[in-house]
Design a binder for this molecule. Structure first.
Ligand code: IPE
Ligand code: IPE
Ligand code: MG
Length: 240
């Protein structure tokens, strides 16, 4: 198949945007140069997703493990989040895109938290596409936080153990109310999840490409959708 079937578009696409540093190094530049170029790829993916009617696009921007990188790189990334979330908000607003941030947001600096709050507020009423940006996120942090909050509610008598079901657990995650990803894309040739959406990706189709994130464009996004459309999702059942 070499065209996209508009009847079988994934509702939710998640992306591990990887390879910015290697992309920059290949060009003899600092790693940060790759992160800056990566913003353009986000723009292109948002455009492609909106064009096909994808409802949710979740992108992994900064993991809890990424704090271990050199301070200059971490600072540059934080600066880039502030600049690009506020800078992109008007265009996203015009395109009908709602921004939603997930992760341990309380662990970010007040400046980053403020940029997050403002860009979420600016785009809050949009319904065409929800862009979820995972910042200071890791799945193990999220699952630990979920268990802690549930235990707290149980202790206070507001939650009984037999009310704990898979759906209930989903309600306590940062992605509450959002359907699980249908498709996960990871760029840069790495074949791992790196602590991203472990619960939510249980039945997602996985797509890996060698393209470094700054080179990922609308065409690359479309190829991933086409690949997804050739998959047969069985959810443990048998096919006729
Ligand atoms: C992904 O690119 C962006 C973040 C993790 C913030 P990397 O910075 O991981 O680039 P590589 O994988 O080192 O090339
Ligand atoms: C995953 O990429 C995190 C983000 C894309 C934000 P990493 O580059 O941090 O992951 P590893 O180190 O290759 O597993
Ligand atoms: Mg990487």
């Amino acid at each position: 198949m070499n065209s996209i079937n508009p009847q079988r578009i994934p509702r939710h696409v998640a992306i591990i945007m990887d390879g910015n540093g290697r992309w920059a190094e290949q060009r003899g530049m600092e790693r940060v140069y790759g992160h800056v170029h990566g913003v353009e790829s986000v723009r292109k993916s948002v455009k492609a997703a909106a064009r096909w009617g994808v409802e949710y696009l979740t992108i992994y921007a900064f993991s809890t493990e990424n704090w271990g990188r050199p301070t200059e790189e971490v600072n540059a990334l934080m600066e880039l989040f502030c600049e690009s979330s506020l800078g992109e908000a008007p265009a996203l607003q015009r395109a009908g895109v709602r921004m939603r941030f997930i992760g341990n947001l309380a662990g970010l600096s007040p400046r980053v938290q403020d940029a997050i709050r403002r860009s979420e507020q600016m785009t809050a009423d949009n319904t065409k596409l929800t862009l979820q940006i995972a910042v200071n996120y890791s799945s193990r942090w999220e699952i630990t936080d979920m268990v802690r909050r549930m235990a707290e509610e149980a202790k206070n008598g507001r939650l009984s153990p037999d009310e704990i079901t898979p759906d209930k657990i989903s309600d306590y995650l940062t992605t509450a109310g959002v359907p699980d990803p249908d498709l996960l894309i990871r760029t840069s040739g790495e074949h791992r999840l790196s602590n991203f959406l472990l619960w939510q990706l249980s039945y997602s189709e996985l797509y890996f490409t060698d393209i470094f994130w700054p080179d990922f464009d609308e065409k690359a996004f479309d190829l991933a959708i086409m690949d997804f459309q050739n998959r047969q999702r069985r959810y443990g059942l048998l096919t006729k």
